[in-house]
Design a protein around this ligand. Structure first.
Ligand code: HEC
Length: 159
């Protein structure tokens, strides 16, 4: 009887450990509070470079789309938006994935999805103005995430 109780206790402890680990790896990621009020995601230098390279790609896409909108060139808008769409997802190394908080990943995936939706809109839109308004909405994903998160090198200084 006693050993059965002990077995249950051990099971409960193991379950708690599994739940804690799942929470840390899937939901929370590798994070700490930052002095500026944002959540700092702790990455290796290479992982930080990986994320920032993707970010500069986002900005290049936004630049091309904005320029094309100014020229009423919706064909280029479709091409450029598709480049940052869901098809460009993937290639994120698993260890990096594990360090990113769930909300950050969701916002990242949603941003790629929004570029696809922008391309779809550009296919049917009657004016560039309509697409410009949608791009303005999409950019809220960028500003929202930047307001909440920063990247920090593990065990190092802020930048
Ligand atoms: C899921 C979160 C997230 C989304 C969405 C996001 N970013 Fe970022 N971005 C970041 C983080 C975190 C940094 C690093 C900020 C820091 O450390 O202070 C960053 C940095 C950048 C940088 C700086 C790159 C460098 O080399 O230093 C640019 C440019 C950028 N983002 C553009 C964009 C644009 C444009 C969009 C939207 C189309 C976007 N980002 C969407 C999280 C995000």
């Amino acid at each position: 009887m006693k050993s059965l109780k002990l077995a249950w206790a051990i099971n409960a402890l193991l379950l708690a450990a599994v739940i804690t680990m799942a929470y840390m790896f899937i939901i929370q990621g590798s994070v700490e509070k930052s002095d500026d009020g944002r959540t700092a995601i702790l990455l290796s230098a290479g992982e930080r470079d990986f994320v920032l390279t993707e970010m500069r790609g986002f900005l290049e896409t936004v630049q091309s789309i904005n320029q094309a909108l100014g020229n009423d060139d919706l064909k280029t808008v479709i091409e450029e938006a598709t480049k940052s769409g869901k098809a460009s997802l993937g290639g994120v190394p698993a260890p990096l994935m594990a360090k990113l908080p769930l909300e950050f990943k969701q916002l990242g995936i949603d941003t790629h999805t929004e570029f696809d939706k922008l391309a779809d809109l550009a296919k049917t839109a009657k004016s560039s103005k309509q697409v410009t308004a949608r791009l303005g909405q999409l950019l809220l994903n960028c500003t929202g995430c930047h307001a909440s998160y920063k990247l920090k090198i593990e065990g190092g200084a802020d930048k």
